[in-house]
Design a protein around this ligand. Structure first.
Ligand SMILES: Nc1ncnc2c1ncn2[C@@H]1O[C@H](COP(=O)(O)OP(=O)(O)O)[C@@H](O)[C@H]1O
Ligand SMILES: [Mg+2]
Length: 276
């Protein structure tokens, strides 16, 4: 395992203004002045209600949309400035997995085509047998049997399998940071626990994970640090035990109070884990 806590990702005063309406004439402040850091082997939860700016933050980190103000650095490098080969090596280190696994697949192609795309972009010189071994290794890391998923079409696989395939694809690249945006929300109860365990394994392997969720119980379960967002702004952030144990902001208290089953859910998770 890598040394925990070495800062990899740093957001400083990050804001996002979308231009909306006809001809982009109006502005929408989606994210305002957000700052946090994330280290190797650390899970940071970004928790907030729908529309609070979580996905926008994930997309800015992944360079899928530009920041309007502030800076995002990975290992001290300004992510916004990356071009060409440096941007490509950035994506070797950082990958995202999103809420709806089905939308990441083309239904016309077999699901494992997502691997072939990584191969042609990043590993053109690797032999077939080495590539098969590499794929098998990353499938093992997400606890998928190759014969259960390879050569299948997306509709033949479950949401959980598709989600794990996407994580396996990210692992082909030896990533160090995974942006996981609501990856658990759409899964059924039995797969949720698998993906949750998988994220725990990845953390043990030294990966940093930005765990984006609207589910307080999941954030509490998995993360070291918690950032609570409301309307694009951070209302509270700190070690998860502190934020959940003694919330300082009225909004956080209100959120926690609105989840009376928080501790019940917790024990359900524990019970499910104990059964494995
Ligand atoms: N591409 C976009 N163009 C304009 N507004 C957007 C766009 N994406 C998101 N928004 C708006 O930005 C705000 C934050 O959205 P989002 O980041 O998706 O929040 P969350 O993931 O927490 O639900 C919302 O008001 C949303 O409507
Ligand atoms: Mg979202």
């Amino acid at each position: 395992m890598l040394e925990g806590g070495v800062t990899m990702l740093r957001l400083e005063g990050v804001s996002k203004v979308y231009r909306v309406g006809a001809f982009g004439g109006r502005k929408r402040d989606a994210v305002r002045d957000v700052s946090f850091t994330l280290g190797a082997g650390e899970v940071v939860s970004l928790i907030g209600e729908s529309g609070s700016g979580k996905t926008t933050i994930g997309r800015m980190i992944l360079r899928l949309t530009p920041v309007s103000a502030g800076t995002i650095t990975l290992d001290g490098q300004d992510v916004s400035a990356l071009r060409g080969s440096r941007l490509k090596s950035f994506y070797r280190k950082v990958q995202g997995v999103f809420q709806d696994p089905f939308s990441s697949y083309n239904p016309v192609f077999k699901a494992d085509r997502v691997f072939a795309m990584i191969r042609s972009a990043y590993f053109p010189g690797v032999s077939d047998s080495d590539w098969r071994a590499k794929v098998a290794e990353s499938l093992a890391a997400v606890r998928l049997r190759p014969d259960a998923v390879l050569d299948k079409y997306p509709h033949q696989l479950s949401g959980g399998q598709l989600q794990r395939l996407l994580i396996a694809r990210a692992l082909l690249l030896d990533i160090r940071l995974l942006v996981a945006d609501e990856v658990i929300s759409m899964l059924d109860a039995s797969t949720r626990i698998d993906v949750l365990n998988l994220l725990g394994d990845l953390k043990e392997r030294g990966l940093g994970i930005l765990f984006i969720t609207h589910d307080l119980a999941l954030g509490n379960y998995l993360s070291d640090q918690t950032v609570i967002l409301r309307g694009g702004e951070v209302v509270e952030q700190g070690p998860t035990a502190d934020v959940f144990g003694s919330p300082q902001h009225p909004y956080t208290r209100q959120l926690l109070a609105s989840v009376p089953q928080l501790h019940k859910k917790w024990s359900e998770v524990d019970a499910e884990l104990a059964q494995r």
